[in-house]
Design a protein. Structure first.
Length: 144
């Protein structure tokens, strides 16, 4: 979380993690791989979504969405690509939330598909953190 907090492009994510009470969890020992939506990714959500999710009564939903972006273990871009190739063109990635993300290659891009069929492109890879690694994504992925 310290790395994300220092990057201006993750300010919405950091605010959401604070509202969800996940700061200490994500500062934990790890390692974690975080598929971190940029501010632009959050801006693509329907109007009012962020404000609604940040309300205390929606904390459980917010926690579910945020932990859907986190994977136990440290997986750099090359390891994700290797998993896609070993999986015959698709890697199934289990998230801390318990759901699955599917990763595929489209040209040189890694595309994540969430459980609702939404697609996100990994736009920046291998941002090192003390307890894992961050990959920036261009859409917020959603669990079932």
């Amino acid at each position: 979380m310290e790395v994300a907090a220092e990057a201006a492009d993750f300010s919405t994510l950091v605010a959401a993690v604070r509202a969800a009470g996940l700061i200490e969890t994500l500062k934990g020992e790890g390692p974690f791989t975080v598929f971190a939506p940029t501010n632009t990714a959050f801006d693509k959500l329907p109007d009012g979504t962020i404000a609604t999710l940040l309300k205390p009564e929606n904390k459980a939903t917010l926690v579910s969405i945020l932990t859907y972006h986190v994977v136990a273990g440290k997986f750099d871009a090359n390891e994700i690509i290797d998993a896609i190739q070993l999986g015959g063109g698709e890697a199934r990635i289990k998230t801390v939330q318990g759901g699955l993300l599917k990763a595929k290659l489209s040209g040189s891009n890694v595309i994540l598909t969430d459980e609702k069929g939404g697609k996100s492109i990994i736009t920046a890879t291998d941002v090192e953190a003390e307890n894992g690694i961050i990959h920036a994504i261009d859409m917020v992925v959603m669990p079932k």
